[in-house]
Design a protein around this ligand. Structure first.
Ligand code: ACO
Length: 373
């Protein structure tokens, strides 16, 4: 049987979107027509979320209103509050987030509406709550009282404050904010597609986001950033080349490399590499950055593969003091802005997503009564 050329829906256009666009040959990424290189480091995550969910980069007035909506919307509902401590003791981070977002729907005042205004309000609440959920989860499992989020601080600053427990360095906040911008949306990636498939049945936004979180969790998608760090931690600093060759020799994939769409460098990796270098050097021990650089060179020489967004994000988060098992949750903090925008877009012009399949099983089977089989 010949391989199905569209296995994994490769090159299949599964939806129309005005949210983001990739030029895989040139290695370029755009959010609503803005080049990611123009946004990262110059536009805050809150502005980016507004761009995705409302369609425009906000004016100062619009940003103030949206920021106030985020602050109001981040209060966690009663069901989440009542269950988060126990969930933190029993579930791994991405499982916990999947459960907590599902619980959050019960307390959302717009849960029964898919109208555009209701969806936009839910999008703001989900975007505001996701960093809080990660921080509260982490505090509960480590037995500390979380610092209160400061309404005067950005999502990036509050997240670092709550996760590390200390006032973050302003440059660390700038870098983390740019990381959130870089991860915000990425066309029809697996988790966004999962969200759109769910939304296209006219299910609600929270259900679509639960589907997305479950999909992001896998190591071939968002889970790769955690695996990158585990790989770096598991090999000696002077044994990178050998470790890569050994893995490839065993037919294993090197996490953080390769991409379905980019045929050249992922433009997000260009920024993340620089951030990793800067933070590594500032930390006084840039071993993991240097190991990453060597790994990049060896993987390219051996397989011609480029790093994707997850590769240098791993060491950036590590240098920012974020625990390794929260790397994928951090991805979800950012991607929530894109997922929710895709649900708004799907509901605004909906058609059920129902692809076909190629049947490869037996045909013309003769039914036999159970006692004669
Ligand atoms: N390490 C080693 N070999 C690789 C890698 C890798 N990271 N990525 C692709 N290849 C090889 C495959 O083994 C395959 O080789 P073959 O043709 O000899 O069998 C070929 O390249 C094509 O790989 P596929 O897995 O078929 O490519 P696909 O487009 O389906 O997958 C994916 C893309 C999942 C990203 C893949 O490159 C991969 O598994 N990378 C590692 C996991 C990872 O980093 N995921 C994060 C992606 S970015 C994101 O989701 C946020």
């Amino acid at each position: 049987m010949a391989d199905n050329p569209t296995k994994g829906l490769a090159d299949v256009v599964a939806a129309s979107t005005a949210l983001s666009d990739i030029d895989g040959r040139a290695g370029r990424l755009f959010y609503r027509g803005y080049d990611i290189h123009d946004l990262a480091g110059r536009t805050s995550f809150e502005e980016t979320a507004h761009l995705l969910q409302h369609g425009t980069l906000p004016t100062r007035r619009q940003l103030a209103d949206y920021g106030a909506e985020l602050v109001r919307g981040r209060e966690l509902g009663a069901l989440v509050q009542a269950n988060i401590d126990e969930i933190a003791q029993t579930q791994a981070p991405m499982e916990a987030l999947r459960t907590l977002v599902s619980l959050a729907s019960a307390d959302d005042p717009d849960k029964d509406s898919n109208e555009q205004d209701a969806n936009r309000r839910k999008a703001a609440r989900l975007t505001a709550q996701q960093p809080l959920l990660v921080a509260r989860y982490h505090a509960a499992r480590t037995g500390v009282t979380p610092r209160d989020a400061d309404p005067a601080l950005s999502i990036a600053a509050n997240f670092l404050l709550q996760i590390t427990g200390s006032e973050p360095d302003p440059r660390a906040v700038e870098i983390f904010d740019a990381c959130l911008v870089l991860h915000a949306d990425h066309t029809m990636n697996a988790s966004t597609f999962a969200a759109r498939v769910c939304a296209a049945t006219l299910s609600d936004m929270h259900s679509a986001i639960v589907a997305a979180i479950g999909t992001l969790k896998g190591p071939l998608h968002g889970g790769a950033n955690e695996q990158v760090m585990r790989t770096l931690e598991g090999i000696p600093a002077d044994g990178v080349a050998q470790a890569v060759r050994d893995k490839l020799g065993r037919g294993e994939k090197i996490m953080g490399f390769g991409h379905r769409v980019y045929k050249t460098e992922d433009p997000r990796a260009t920024h993340l590499r620089k951030m990793s270098q800067e933070l590594g050097e500032a930390s006084g021990d840039d071993t993991y950055y240097r190991m990453s650089k060597e790994m990049e060179e060896v993987v390219f020489a051996e397989k011609g593969l480029y790093p994707n967004v997850d590769f240098y994000a791993a060491t950036v988060y590590h240098y920012l003091g974020i625990p390794t098992d929260l790397f994928t949750p951090v991805f979800s903090v950012s991607r929530m802005s894109g997922w929710t925008a895709h649900v708004i877009e799907q509901h605004a012009d909906n058609r059920l997503i129902r692809p076909d399949s190629e049947y490869i099983g037996e045909r013309d089977q003769k039914w036999i009564p159970i006692d004669e089989r």
